[in-house]
Ligand binder design. Structure first.
Ligand code: AQP
Length: 332
């Protein structure tokens, strides 16, 4: 019997060690969906190779991202956790959807523009086409909701446009998804340059990795860039560094950044940094313990991912077939 629950899909790239941004913008908000939704969470390795990866690291990081999902609270018995390349329908639907996407639409994508600047030696077609593959990822599972950090909302919008275009041409075939972004920390900023997003591939003192020791994590927070205004208010425009710290604190303590700011009224930046460092360390320690335990048994992780791929194929296959039938592929 078909489930009456809404469906969520989201993915994380195994393109390096995940950051505090990935935790607050993705892993942590994903957890609540496993009880209320039919939930698919994916390690998107096809996406990761749009930037050159070291082969041994890609394989290791794929298991590592899976272990992150579980250590943050996802239960493979309650959701479907799998690796993108284990389900060939992603690449196949991606190809079909290419023919429903205009060059101009992809040229407007800010992630493509940013990454083209950062990887000027390797502006490959996959990097350009990334959002179409992401649309395929989402549409294969009939996802109604796509929880993502703010940086990915433009891609989900494109997935909506592609789905709508397909349905308008062929009649209702695919589900039109919408992006859901967290209330706080939807775009965690680099701790040294709070005007740009914290990214796993940027690294440096401004990136807090989930593998950082508690001492390293606290040090990065305490040496984060603020400003000389000497007031703690939530004002992302004029105080991006302070706003970033308040966002992080708010996400970790389940408040709004404005509420968090009130607690520090009249206090100095050191007090705010100490509170953020403490909240981050408290959150990281148990996560790291669980993560290390999971990575110590890779055979079990592989088992979980194998079973997840089987469950994923059972949903993705019929969607792909439906799309191919509508387009007129001779399938017999
Ligand atoms: N700084 C961030 N704040 C909030 N959310 C974030 N996400 C990423 N960075 C932040 C969210 O994490 C999910 C997985 O992201 P991804 O790994 O698929 O790719 P990304 O968005 O390109 O993340 P990175 O860390 O910047 O990776 P690299 O450096 O490899 O490009 C997404 O939901 C994303 O929004």
């Amino acid at each position: 019997m078909a489930s009456s629950k809404p469906t969520v899909f989201s993915g994380v790239q195994p393109s390096g060690q995940p950051t505090l941004g990935n935790l607050l913008g993705a892993f942590q908000p994903f957890v609540k969906y496993q009880d209320t939704h039919t939930a698919f969470f994916c390690v998107v390795d096809h996406h990761a190779i749009t930037v050159r990866q070291t082969p041994e690291e890609l394989a290791e990081n794929t298991l590592s991202v899976a272990a992150r999902y579980i250590s943050c609270g996802l239960d493979p018995a309650k959701c479907t956790l799998f690796v993108q390349s284990h389900v060939s329908a992603h690449a196949e639907l991606g190809w079909v959807l290419n023919t429903f996407t205009q060059m101009g639409e992809l040229e407007r994508m800010t992630q493509f523009k940013d990454k083209s600047l950062r990887h000027a030696q390797n502006i490959n077609v996959g990097l350009f086409d990334y959002p179409v593959l992401m649309a395929a990822d989402i549409l294969l599972y009939n996802a109604t909701e796509v929880p993502v950090g703010e940086d990915q909302t433009q891609h989900v919008e494109l997935a909506r446009d592609i789905a709508t275009r397909f349905n308008n041409l062929y009649g209702p075939t695919v589900t039109v998804p919408k992006a859901i972004i967290p209330k706080a920390a939807a775009r965690v900023k680099d701790l040294q340059d709070p005007t740009r997003k914290m990214s796993k591939s940027l690294g440096g003192k401004g990136t807090l990795f989930l593998t950082d020791s508690p001492a390293e994590a606290a040090k990065k927070i305490k040496s984060s860039v603020t400003d000389s205004l000497a007031q703690i208010t939530y004002d992302p425009e004029n105080q991006p560094g302070v706003a970033n710290l308040l966002e992080i604190l708010a996400a970790l303590t389940h408040r709004t950044p404005q509420e968090a700011a009130k607690e520090f009224k009249g206090q100095q930046y050191g007090a705010l940094k100490s509170a953020v460092a403490e909240a981050v360390v408290q959150c990281l320690e148990p996560l790291q313990d669980r993560y290390n335990g999971l990575m110590a048994d890779k055979a079990e992780l592989q088992n979980i991912l194998r079973k997840g791929a089987e469950k994923a194929r059972a949903v993705a296959g019929p969607t792909l077939a439906r799309v191919m039938d509508k387009v007129g592929y001779a399938r017999f």
